[in-house]
Design a protein around this ligand. Structure first.
Ligand SMILES: [Zn+2]
Length: 159
């Protein structure tokens, strides 16, 4: 772990903060050193929890920011992410959530998405994602809209 990073306290369902539509991040906020540190702490929290994605509201910060990662690749910070294109092809796949430990279920997601987002400097990016990464992105953006996967899952089970 990098010196100075902090593991943040996850919040769990049922918690009202997980059901809120989060506020966009303003460009001026990105100059705030504390917010920049928060993003680093959020990534550390995801890694500690062995998550493949984490959204700011999952630690009670109701802003539109999340991290997504895929196996073996660096995590990507998405600020104000928006899905601009989603494929007509949809696929069912199993999901879980750091905010709902031990619960899994199948969710229907677009197979591919194009998103636009800001990096930590507020620079705009566009990214195409497919399959697992596309699923993670859709799951995390749902968090920013206060939507949990269990509200759209089938074959939900607890372990
Ligand atoms: Zn989740």
């Amino acid at each position: 772990m990098i010196f100075g990073t902090k593991i943040l306290q996850l919040i769990y369902e049922p918690d009202e903060q997980l059901h809120v539509s989060c506020a966009p991040v303003e460009k001026s906020q990105l100059e705030d050193k504390q917010l920049r540190q928060f993003f680093i702490h959020l990534r550390a929290t995801m890694k500690q929890a062995k998550g493949v994605g984490i959204a700011a509201p999952q630690v009670g910060n109701l802003i539109r920011a999340c991290w997504v990662s895929t196996h073996g690749k660096d995590a990507i910070l998405l600020i104000n992410p928006v899905i601009v294109v989603r494929s007509h092809d949809s696929v069912w796949g199993e999901e879980g959530c750091l905010s709902i430990p031990g619960v899994f279920g199948e969710v229907l997601r677009a197979k591919t998405v194009d998103i636009e987002y800001w990096d930590s400097h507020g620079d705009n990016h566009r990214m195409y994602a497919e399959d697992f990464l596309a699923r993670v992105i859709q799951h995390e953006i749902d968090h920013l809209d206060g939507v949990l996967f269990t509200s759209k899952a089938r074959n939900v089970y607890h372990v």
